[in-house]
Ligand binder design. Structure first.
Ligand code: GLN
Length: 484
């Protein structure tokens, strides 16, 4: 049961090999058992999940079956789900129960899936290791002394440890792809604007995008179909004809042009990662792809630009947590100002405070032009680099992260080292391009390595096709975490 793909689960449910209640209970039991060590879930609420499973079983009995009817899916705790605790990994929202559903939660409900629980994450999605969560570290299922990546580390660890069939995440600078790489699973960040952010707690609104995390490209395609949808409640949501992302998975990729950006194949990449990516390139050649060299000359500035733009937007977005409307409020205070100050001092962790300080600084009078405007100009250049590269190729291939899962505590005291984990993922967010990570090897310590594919705008189907064909030819995505 724990090894079945989404398609296999759907067909087992349809042919009544097991019921949704049985499937959901089995995953809940496994998740509860493993959670004591992995800490991937912040909230498991059996009653709510099983109530949904019972109603899914009724639908199955009536033959009313949608793509995910009866299948449990875990959601990053950044998505509001009505009646569910929604903490965003923060003390600030420790007791916040969402009064409404995010658009994607409505979509998953319509598709028939079960909310299996809410997954742990870096506080307000700020981090690359899950160490900034108020609810404690998540452990990497491949090696519990190591981080799962972040910020969607709970979702990645839950999928890798078979605690859930699939999960959702969000990606502002790499938070789906980098934890997917570090946990040996597949993850997709769609084109900016394809997945509604209504009901997703905002971090950096011009970069945030939700997406699926699963075991294979085939599963991702099914989940992408559910998640991508026009929503008038998100002003950046794009109205486009629906795409069947599963339809062309099996199309031959012979003749496809894959670009290798020379800036992403530098010495910063560990030798094991270089080797695994090189052999993935060889695999793509065997599948008939034509490999071409491309250049993204502005990409070395992407981390710097991101760490101006993302904190600027975060400082504005997080001003809503003032103790008046939602979440935590300080107990004792003399006046309104002290209430604000104490509430925010108590409710936010160190990394979130650091981002608010940086953001407020770069937006302040006198520094705005020097930092914020300059970062926006770099952002434009990065988009132009990609536009030029895509004149020469259909997809861009690179490592997802420069190394494999690092030790818990190893980078926690050095923010810049931590920020560099996203050196290959951030540019796609700045440009708004779709990108994904799939497993492509294991290093000497038996830790997973991620391969990144970046597509042109709205080219998710081609990316998924290329990822699926790779997964048909290799078995890296089938390797399982030894749970040690
Ligand atoms: N690690 C990056 C950060 O801390 C990206 C986070 C994300 O994508 N949410 O900002």
């Amino acid at each position: 049961m724990f090894d079945k793909s989404l398609k296999e689960l759907a067909s087992s449910l349809a042919s009544k090999d097991f019921s949704s209640v049985e499937l959901t209970q089995a995953y809940l039991d496994r998740a509860k058992e493993l959670n004591t060590s992995i800490n991937a879930f912040v909230t498991i609420d059996e009653e709510q999940s099983l109530a949904q499973a019972r109603s899914a079983d009724q639908k199955i009995a009536q033959g009313n079956i949608q793509a995910l009817t009866g299948i449990p899916i875990a959601h990053k705790d950044i998505w509001c789900a009505k009646g569910w605790m929604t903490t965003c990994g923060s003390k600030m929202l420790q007791n916040f129960k969402a009064p409404y559903n995010a658009h994607i939660i409505d979509r998953f409900n319509t598709a028939g899936s079960i909310i299996q629980g809410k997954t742990n994450m870096d506080e307000f999605a700020m981090g690359s290791s899950n160490e900034t969560s108020f609810f404690g570290h998540v452990k990497n299922p491949w090696d519990s002394s190591r981080v799962p990546g972040g910020s969607s580390g709970g979702s990645a660890a839950a999928v890798a440890a078979r605690m859930t069939p699939a999960a959702t995440g969000t990606d502002t600078g790499g938070s789906i792809r980098q934890p997917a790489a570090l946990c040996g699973i597949s993850g997709l960040k769609p084109t900016y604007g394809l997945v509604s952010r209504y009901g997703m707690i905002a971090f950096a609104s011009s970069l945030d995008q939700g997406g699926p995390m699963a075991r294979s490209a085939e599963d991702l395609a099914i989940l992408t179909e559910v998640m991508v949808d026009y929503d008038m409640r998100d002003s950046t949501s794009l109205k486009r004809d629906p795409v069947n992302y599963s339809a062309n998975l099996e199309t031959s990729i012979a003749g496809i042009k894959i670009g290798l950006p020379k800036e992403y194949f530098s010495d910063e990449v560990s030798p094991d990662v270089q080797k695994a990516v090189a052999s993935a390139i060889g695999e793509y050649k065997k599948l008939g792809a034509e490999i071409v060299d491309v250049s993204l000359p502005t990409s070395p500035l992407s981390v710097a630009a991101y760490y101006v733009i993302a904190p600027a937007e975060a400082s504005s977005n997080l001003s809503r947590f003032d103790g008046v409307r939602y979440g935590h409020r300080a107990k004792e205070y003399k006046d309104l100002n002290e209430m604000y100050a104490k509430t925010r001092a108590e409710g936010f962790g160190a990394e979130v405070k650091r981002r608010i300080l940086i953001g407020t600084y770069v937006l302040s009078h006198g520094y705005y032009d020097a930092y914020y405007i300059k970062a926006q100009k770099i952002r434009r250049l990065i988009s132009q680099d990609f536009a030029q590269a895509f004149e020469k190729c259909d997809l861009i291939l690179s490592p997802t992260a420069p190394g494999t899962a690092f030790g818990i505590g190893e980078k926690a005291s050095d923010p810049v080292q931590m920020y560099l984990s996203d050196i290959f993922t951030i540019a796609a967010n700045l440009a708004g391009l779709p990108a994904m990570s799939i497993p492509c090897g294991l290093d000497d310590a038996n830790l997973p390595i991620g391969l990144q594919l970046i597509g042109n705008y709205f080219d998710e189907a081609r990316m998924l096709n290329a990822a699926h064909m790779y997964q048909k030819a290799t078995d890296w995505h089938l390797k399982q975490a030894p749970l040690k």
